[in-house]
Design a protein around this ligand. Structure first.
Ligand code: 5GP
Ligand code: MN
Length: 335
């Protein structure tokens, strides 16, 4: 993988570009993809964003979202575009299997592949150009840096700023996680100078749910949470029936895991959701407990030091039992 700076000169010749991100894109994946989309369009390229799966309703306000292709719903059209593209940008993930059913076509695609990402342990051999910085707050911050260093910084506008602000806000937990550096605040100041209305974005993302989702959270906190003080760990599990009962959709469970860390003394929060094809874990920690390594070692996952995810194909009950067994190995680290 060559350094991303080697790619900047290529931006001057109009090309076909595909931008993709991890399955079930969150605010950072969607924001970085759309921010880059508007920048490449402004440079005169022909650009298509393809999401591996659907996404949460609270991202549907984002500028350009209506142009997206959902690979699971429109596979044939997406495959034709992937086959014809010159460039493939991979944002907010670093191993191709995180694009679910797109892994094979993306692996086989003959185009130039470019990585922009902040997760641990990138699959660098899969990319021609790229940048991977795990200390970065968000992929949106990295797309901002890309635009600033590309030689076309003057093209940054409020539309791009809206997209990039979204991921900067969501991936930093509204600017409170340790990766919220001075350069994050400088980027936001730049967006404000361009005229960005940040209040509108906050409302679109955080104040846009149905009543049933709030009742679901209350139900889950009351009935589905266990606190293991011995290991300073809190666990939550959500059954398939729970999801059905409250009509829970993509994105409705996002952020639920963060409640676990609000309990005094809790250093490790884990939530397991019984999805159709798999049991999906979200892990969060405070301080020195490395949930990226934990997810890789025990639950086929990965991510960041303090925020990661994983999966299991076993039953919900067995998956949660396994979790309770394996945390015993970490008693020293968790105390
Ligand atoms: P979340 O819990 O919000 O789904 O994910 C937390 C972080 O871990 C995100 O940065 C996400 O991209 C990453 N992540 C979630 N699930 C997986 C997974 O199965 N594999 C890897 N490598 N990363 C994941
Ligand atoms: Mn991210």
């Amino acid at each position: 993988m060559q350094d991303i700076s080697q790619f900047y000169p290529l931006l001057n010749t109009p090309k076909k570009a595909v931008i993709t991100m991890h399955q079930k894109p969150d605010g950072d994946a969607m924001g970085s993809a759309l921010g880059l989309y508007h920048f490449l369009v402004a440079l005169g390229h022909e650009v298509q964003v393809i999401s591996p799966t659907n996404w949460a309703d609270f991202l549907d306000w984002m500028p350009g979202v209506k142009t997206l292709i959902d690979y699971e719903r429109n596979r044939e059209k997406a495959l034709k575009i992937i086959e014809a593209t010159d460039w493939l940008f991979c944002l907010d993930f670093n191993v191709l299997h995180r694009t679910k059913h797109m892994e094979k076509p993306l692996t086989e695609a003959k185009c130039v592949k470019i990585l922009i990402d902040h997760h641990e342990q990138p699959q660098v051999a899969a990319f021609d150009y790229g940048i991977s910085i795990t200390s970065k707050s968000s992929t949106c911050e990295m797309v901002y840096d890309f635009i600033m260093a590309s030689g076309h910084a003057q093209l940054l506008d409020t539309t791009m700023a809206q997209c990039l602000y979204t991921g900067l806000m969501t991936d930093t937990g509204s600017f409170r996680f340790p990766a919220t550096t001075a350069s994050v605040h400088r980027a936001i100041a730049h967006f404000k100078d361009l005229g960005l209305d940040h209040r509108q974005i906050h409302e679109e993302i955080y104040d846009n749910f149905l009543e049933s989702r709030l009742r679901f959270i209350g139900y889950a906190l009351l009935n589905r949470m266990e606190v293991v003080y011995e290991y300073n760990t809190a666990i939550m599990y959500i059954t398939h029936a729970d999801l059905h009962k409250f009509d829970i959709k993509t994105g409705d469970t996002e952020g639920l895991v963060n409640y676990l860390l609000t309990i005094k003394g809790i250093r490790f929060g884990a939530i397991c959701i019984d999805r159709d094809e798999e049991r999906k874990w979200s892990f969060r920690s405070k301080g020195g407990f490395d949930v990226n390594t934990f997810a890789r070692k025990h639950f086929e996952g990965g991510g960041h030091f303090n925020a990661s995810g994983g999966r299991s194909s076993d039953s919900l009950e067995n998956t949660v039992l396994k979790f309770k067994q394996v945390i015993k190995e970490y008693q020293n680290q968790l105390q």
